[in-house]
Design a protein around this ligand. Structure first.
Ligand code: SF4
Length: 273
């Protein structure tokens, strides 16, 4: 992945505020390389985020950007896409922001099939706000608000997105960044709502409470916790226990994209008779 991605950054904003070794930078780099490979112009891209560590990505990229309220990135992105259908609109935010506070917006965003790419930087915790558990914190893991271990079951982002109607759904991880970039690129090119669950390491807020406070150790843990979808058929149920599958799970081009459907409706309403 040898791309000069600095041309996509607001270099005057550097250095990044992310902790050294944070996986968010890897996810952002995968996104920038995917954009470079697609040959998109910076002026045609809008990156929208909510609040949190990952959401700070909106401050660093040299696109049109909108850093919104906590959890509200998807409705803002939807409004931007409705008004500017030619723009490529991307939501880049964390699991706390998109799956908890913005969970309602997530399911309705997927349901409508607006041409948005939703990148969930899924590090299993609220990072910036103090290490509180999120709906993606693994059951049994510790968080500042679950110091004896999380008793909640977790959402499966892939199944939630699929069930809500997203027409492209993939999961990758920072342990396999080239594959992650491939999934993001396919999601960006997809005309409809695409969701990429990007498993990422927060060794500071998640890791230090769970004996994984070294970024390399946590990335290895993420690798060990995942299995490529293509390899699953040959594996025994006991080998698959507790693993998250990575790969592309949904790629559906049959459903009409929302901004197109809306414009057709307006044209129909305005036509005489
Ligand atoms: S707190 Fe976690 S998610 Fe936030 S910058 Fe540090 S390592 Fe990354």
């Amino acid at each position: 992945m040898s791309v000069d991605y600095s041309k996509y950054l607001r270099n005057e904003k550097l250095p990044l505020s992310w902790c050294p070794g944070c996986g968010t930078g890897t996810v952002l780099k995968a996104l920038l390389i995917a954009i470079d490979e697609l040959g998109w112009k910076k002026d045609d891209i809008v990156l929208v985020s909510g609040i949190g560590c990952a959401a700070r990505g909106a401050g660093y990229v040299d696109f049109h950007t909108f850093h919104t309220l906590h959890g509200r990135a998807i409705p803002a992105a939807t409004a931007i896409k409705m008004c500017h259908p030619h723009m490529h609109v991307i939501v880049f935010s964390g699991d706390g922001d998109m799956m908890a506070i913005g969970g309602n917006h997530f399911i309705h965003g997927c349901r409508r099939n607006v041409d948005l790419t939703l990148i969930v930087v899924d590090n299993w915790i609220y990072g910036m706000t103090g290490g509180q558990y999120s709906p993606l914190t693994p059951t049994g893991s510790k968080a500042s608000t679950m110091p004896r271990g999380n008793i909640d079951p977790t959402f499966d982002v892939v199944e939630l997105a699929r069930g809500a109607g997203a027409t492209f759904v993939a999961r990758g991880s920072v342990a396999e960044p080239v594959l992650l970039k491939t999934y993001i690129k396919k999601g960006l090119a997809h005309a409809g709502t695409s969701v990429i669950d990007a498993l990422s390491n927060c060794h500071v807020q998640f890791g230090r409470r769970n004996k994984l406070n070294d970024p390399v150790k946590l990335v290895h843990h993420i690798k060990d916790s995942t299995v490529r979808r293509s390899a699953m058929a040959k594996m025994k149920p006991e080998e698959l226990a507790g693993k998250l599958a990575t790969g592309i799970f949904v790629e559906d081009t049959s459903k009409k994209e929302y901004t197109r459907a809306y414009r057709e409706l307006v044209k129909m309403a305005q036509s005489p008779g």
